[in-house]
Design a protein around this ligand. Sequence first.
Ligand code: KIV
Ligand code: NA
Length: 277
Amino acid sequence: TKRMTVTTLRRMKEQKEPIAMVTAYDAPSAVFAEAGGADVLLVGDSVGMVVLGYDSTVPVTIDEMLHHTKAVTRKSRRALVVTDLPFLTAHLQKEEVLKAAGRLLQEGGAQAVKVEGGHAVIPGIEACVAAGIPVMGHIGLTPQSVNQLGGYRIQGKNIKEARRLLEEAQALEAAGVFALVLECVPEELAIRISRELTIPTIGIGAGRGCDGQVLVYHDLLGYGDGRVPSFVKQYASIGEAARTGIGSYVKDVKAGHFPTEKHTFRMDAAVAEGLYG
Ligand code: KIV
Ligand code: NA
């Protein structure tokens, strides 16, 4: 099976075939996401919150992103693998941006990087694109700016903000991004941006008008330990299955019901004889 490319995604938009993207952070999530048919795997810096226990994505480092990217790409075969550039990275000097993004492709095995933000990150994006590193953009609610935004809330509700986001989307397309994530924006704005751009838009909390959708693995599978935003649809209850499964195991161990004969290795009777004397 041939791997998805940035060109495939562009063609999917042209042919109005919705793009399904999901986050993945390790080998099993990559395997399950591809088995489910996901077109794009995002090694999101949401790994910091859903896997590493941080309370925002701000503390996530390039080494952590690399560690998780390697686990995903060891098992991924078909999907396009995109990894987030962590907090601040895209704002650094061009050489530093290239070094970080380059490591995610060269050492990590990703096919592309994702960068949060608008005009401020365009020089960094242009440097990557010029160097042959495909970049996915991300505007609207940009969780790395949570301290600036004052919380995780919908963006682009008034005309001034909506116009600014539309203008940023166009500037990012002109800078060469191959796709654009729209997070937590009104559906009307997402539709307007999706119509305006040639590149695919990927929505999360952005309604029905985008060229694709993305959800966080742990959110869509009910694998988290916290509350989930209202735009998430939960398709499974992995956390509940884990809790009851482990509860049963602990009960069995305490009651002496595990292990049983069939979980047990034996030696030849003669050898056992020698062992016990
Ligand atoms: O880190 C992440 O999971 C993301 C998606 C929600 C777009 O950036
Ligand atoms: Na992210």
